[in-house]
Design a protein around this ligand. Sequence first.
Ligand code: ZN
Length: 286
Amino acid sequence: MAPVFVLTIFIAVLCSVQGRSTGKASFERSEEDMELDRTSTNSVEEEDFSASTLIEKANRNLGERLGETRVIFGDIAVNTGLINADPCTARTCKWLKSSDGNVYVPYVISNPYSDRERSVIEGGLQTISASTCVRFLPRTNQKDFVDIQSQAGCFSYIGRQRNGQVVSLHRNGCVHLSVVQHELLHALGLNHEHSRSDGDSHVQTLTRNILPGMEYNVEKINTINLGTPYDYNSVMQYSRFAFSRNEQPAILPIPDNNAVIGGATQMSPIDILRINRLYNCRKQMN
Ligand SMILES: [Zn+2]
């Protein structure tokens, strides 16, 4: 079957944590979308996987579609032409706070999602709203909004962009509570945990085990950590085998090399605290 789109650069060819083979092309074709309409795309068993594992699996063959979204750091989208996704929340990319103390984030869920998938996505939005002052609301005519689409893989921009910003939740692999939370936390302004400015004190990067060209995925960023501790159980923490080329750890927790990292199946209390602090929510629930 001839691919519809020509991939120019495979920027984010991610490893398979369990060594499973790729089951699907990065970019969907219409007949496959039709098949997705007839079948459930996320097995019950997949709900047991962590956000990290699900994202790595779904993005394994994620590439760059010419002229469209470029994805770096595994699942962070940047506008073509930009070098990286620097922290921006101290400048312009926070969502605006309403006079009532809430932060309203308009969203659109584009077709095609099944009712069940839409329910999972909206349920994920609701979990964030339930524990923070962020309120996702269906867009009416707001200029800036989150546009949730089933593009290739799972990815998001960091923080508020201009106009509609895509959060991709591919129907085949990304429509899970933990992934919805992960990508929406990106859209609210959070970076990956292993990219934290103080990450070198908590995780060691084993460059020799990282896929060639993927080293930038585990680089540290000058993040704003909001007085919160490094959290191995953050839904934003990738697993130790992320970006591994040889089934050996690429991200090693230190000093306890045996600590569990990247295993979160939902937001941690510290993830919630970060959002509450980032947006200065009056009632901080955690
Ligand atoms: Zn991410």
